[in-house]
Design a protein around this ligand. Structure first.
Ligand code: XIL
Length: 333
């Protein structure tokens, strides 16, 4: 194939990532991954529920297997994820009777989970999603970020400060070891202005407080805009959110990009073109702000294995062939 590698086209802008499972790290899929990308995120393997065995002890065997395969390639690794309301062992914050644990117990579990995981992977990762999807979808009063938080198990047991506590626990391990690892807050519906405002207020307050307590040091290094978009997404809203986050002085990662088009049928030419157009608009925007964007990660290699497979959201089709969206990303102008 004579395609231009995405990672070369964007070498002067930001890293190009993708989401992987073990089955992507072999044969043709591995070739495509290596050709276009220099960063990966584990699509599922490094989520909190997979860090424990049935005896509720830490067990990183499956995670290590994937990470070891990644380390054999020329790929950086982004850690996903430490604290989330999904794919998490419930007992970390909720008793077997379904009652939330006391604040002290849940906080101890949160700190232990974060510290042990960060310690375990060390500098095999360049960054971590420390907290994922803590915010409600369309907060009514985004100026009050605490009132905008999802009522997750972690929130119910600990309260709004579980977020800052998770970042502090990660930062402590990093400082003790003198590691260079960036810490991210990651969320979706990032183009929704109410949600973006609530995230902005949260990161601003947490970072200001921490800076006061720690000689001006930064706690939250980056905001992850997942970027799960569709053909109705207005790139001007993406711009507003991106610029709002950049104004906080943090880096932005586009962490899980995909653009659904159509559904339950082979994509029509019109859908493929509309999808390509939105990808082009997004990459124009990302290029414009490249100084503040650390990476753009696609959420899957091709339409066949995407988590939103029915809606064909990626750059490569079911046969791993480049779609119009690929050509739009290569040359968005
Ligand atoms: C998704 C995976 O792609 C699926 O395979 C899994 O069944 C559910 O999780 N936001 C996130 C990702 O942060 O972890 C999610 O990944 C997609 C939405």
């Amino acid at each position: 194939t004579d395609l231009q590698p995405l990672k070369e086209v964007y070498a002067d802008y930001f890293l190009i990532g993708n989401a992987v499972s073990i089955s992507d790290l072999v044969g043709q899929r591995l070739d495509l991954l290596n050709m276009h990308h220099n960063l990966v995120t584990a699509e599922n393997a490094m989520k909190p529920s997979y860090a424990y065995n049935t005896a509720r002890q830490f067990d990183f065997q499956a995670q290590d297997e994937l990470v070891n395969l990644i380390q054999q390639q020329d790929l950086a690794l982004h850690g996903h994820v430490l604290i989330w309301h999904q794919q998490t062992a419930e007992w970390l914050h909720t008793s077997d009777d379904g009652l939330v644990l006391s604040r002290e117990e849940a906080l101890a579990n949160l700190r232990k989970h974060v510290k042990t995981t960060v310690e375990h992977f060390g500098e095999q990762v360049i960054s971590w999603d420390v907290v994922n999807e803590a915010m409600n979808d369309n907060p009514a009063n985004p100026a009050d970020w605490r009132a905008s938080l999802r009522q997750s198990g972690w929130y119910q047991a600990i309260g709004a400060d579980y977020i800052k506590e998770a970042f502090i626990a990660a930062q402590e391990v990093i400082n003790e070891n003198n590691w260079d690892i960036s810490l991210y807050y990651n969320d979706y519906n990032d183009d929704n202005q109410n949600k973006a405002e609530a995230i902005y207020q949260m990161v601003k307050e947490i970072n200001q407080e921490y800076a006061k307590e720690h000689n001006g040091e930064q706690l939250i290094d980056g905001i992850g805009m997942q970027g799960h978009y569709n053909l109705n997404t207005n790139p001007e809203n993406v711009r507003l959110s991106l610029e709002k986050f950049i104004s906080l002085g943090v880096e932005v990662g586009v962490t899980e990009l995909d653009v659904t088009a159509g559904g339950e049928h082979a994509p029509t030419e019109r859908e493929l073109q509309a999808q390509a157009y939105l990808y082009a608009r997004l990459f124009q925007l990302y290029r414009e702000h490249a100084a503040h964007i650390s990476r753009v990660t696609f959420w899957g290699l091709n339409d066949a294995t995407s988590w939103r497979s029915a809606q064909n959201p990626l750059l490569f089709d079911r046969n791993l062939q480049a779609k119009p969206a690929y050509y739009a990303v290569i040359d968005p102008d």
